[in-house]
Ligand binder design. Sequence first.
Ligand code: ARG
Length: 412
Amino acid sequence: MSEKIPKVVLAYSGGLDTTVAIKWFSENGVEVVTFTAELGQGVELERIEERAYEAGAIKHYSLDLVDEFTQGYVAPAILANAMYEGEYPISSALSRPLIASKLVEIAEKEGADAVAHGCTSKGNDQVRFDITVKSLNPGLKVIAPTRIWRWSRHQELEYAKSRGLKISESHKKYSIDSNIWGRSIESGPLEDPWTEPPEDAFEWTVSPEAAPSEPEYLSIEFDEGIPAALNGEGMDLSELVLRLNSIAGRHGVGRIDHMESRIVGFKSREVYEAPAAVTIIKAHMDLEKTVLTRRELQFKSLADREWTNLVYEGLWGEPLREGLQKLIESMNKYVCGEVRLKLFKGSLRVVGRRSEYALYDVSIAGYDEGWYPTDEEARGFIGAWGLYAVTSRAVRRYVQETGVRRSEGLVA
Ligand code: ARG
C-alpha cells in the first residue's frame, strides 16, 4: 500500500512569498491546494490561478468573499469606529480571520493535513492566521514556509529565477496587502520613518497638491450605524465603500502614515490609504455624537477601543470580542441620520448632520430664544456641581495653614 502524500492548503496571493512556497512544498513532496480570496482588492483572479498552476499547485480555489467581508467584518468595524492607535482602520487585520476560516473549510473538504500562509516571523498577520486556524480546528497544522526557510528577498528571487517562476515587477518594491477597506504599504523606502512616502507608494489616492481645486460635498446616510445611502442614493455597503474609495481618493483624502505598535513587540512605520474607511468612520463618529448621551459616548469609546485592539491583536476568536460586538451593535440602534462632508485637497470635514434621534435641540442650546435657566437655577446647579472641587481645596488649605483638623463651615 502506498503511503498517503501529505497535502496542504495554501492562502495564495500571487506574490513572491506564496509563489515560491508552492514550489518549495512540491519539491518537498507535499501536494499544494491554493486558495485566493477576492476581497475587493482589484486583482485578476484568473492570472493568479494560472500562476498557481504554473508553480505546481494541484488544485486552486478562487472565492468571491467581498460581501461576506463587508457584512461580517467591515460593518462591525464601522459600528466600533475601529482605528487602531487612532490611525489605522485595521483593514488587513479584519481580513485575516475570514481568510483563515476559509482555509480551514477547504482543508477539511480536501482532507488536507495542514494549512499554510506566506507571513513572515516579524509580522502581525502570522499571529492572526495561526490563532484563528487553531481556534476553529485544533487538529490542523499551520505551516508558514517563510518562517522556516528565512531567506532574504534576494534569495527568494534567486530561487524563483532558478525554478523558472515569474514574479511581477509590482511586487518587488513594496509589500502590499489590500482589500475593499484599505491598502497597506510596507517595506522599501518606507522603512526610514524620516523619509516622506514616495508618490509611487500610493494607488488609491492622489496627492493633496494634485487634487481638484474645487471642493466636493457629499452626504452619507446611516441606518442603525451602517451607511445605507450615498448622496441620497441607496446602495449596499460594498458598493458604497467602493464608490467612496474613488471619490475621497481623488481629493487626496485617506492617506495614513504612522508609527505602529505591532503585536510582535516592536514599532514599525506603516503607510496606508483608506479613503472610504477614513470618511465613513469620521461621519459615523459625528452622528454618534449627535444621538448618544455623554455617558454612552464615554463608555462606548472604551468598548470600541477594546474591540479594535482584540481584532488587531489576532484575537477575533476571543469570546470578549463577540460580547463587545453585541454591545456595540445595540448602542448603534439609534445611530440613524445623515452626515454632510466636505472634501478639499486632502482635508475632510464634517459640515452638517441631522437625525430624527438627535439629542441636539435648538430651543435648549440656542442663544436667541427658548429655555434659559434663571440666575438662581444656574447658581444652584453650579454650586452642587463644583462642591467637591471647592470643599476639598478649602479643607486642605485650612489644615495646612492652621494645623487644625476641624473643617466644618468653610464653604457653605
Ligand atoms: N501593519 C498592518 C497590520 O498589522 C498591515 C499588515 C499588512 N500586511 C502586509 N503583508 N503588507 O495589520
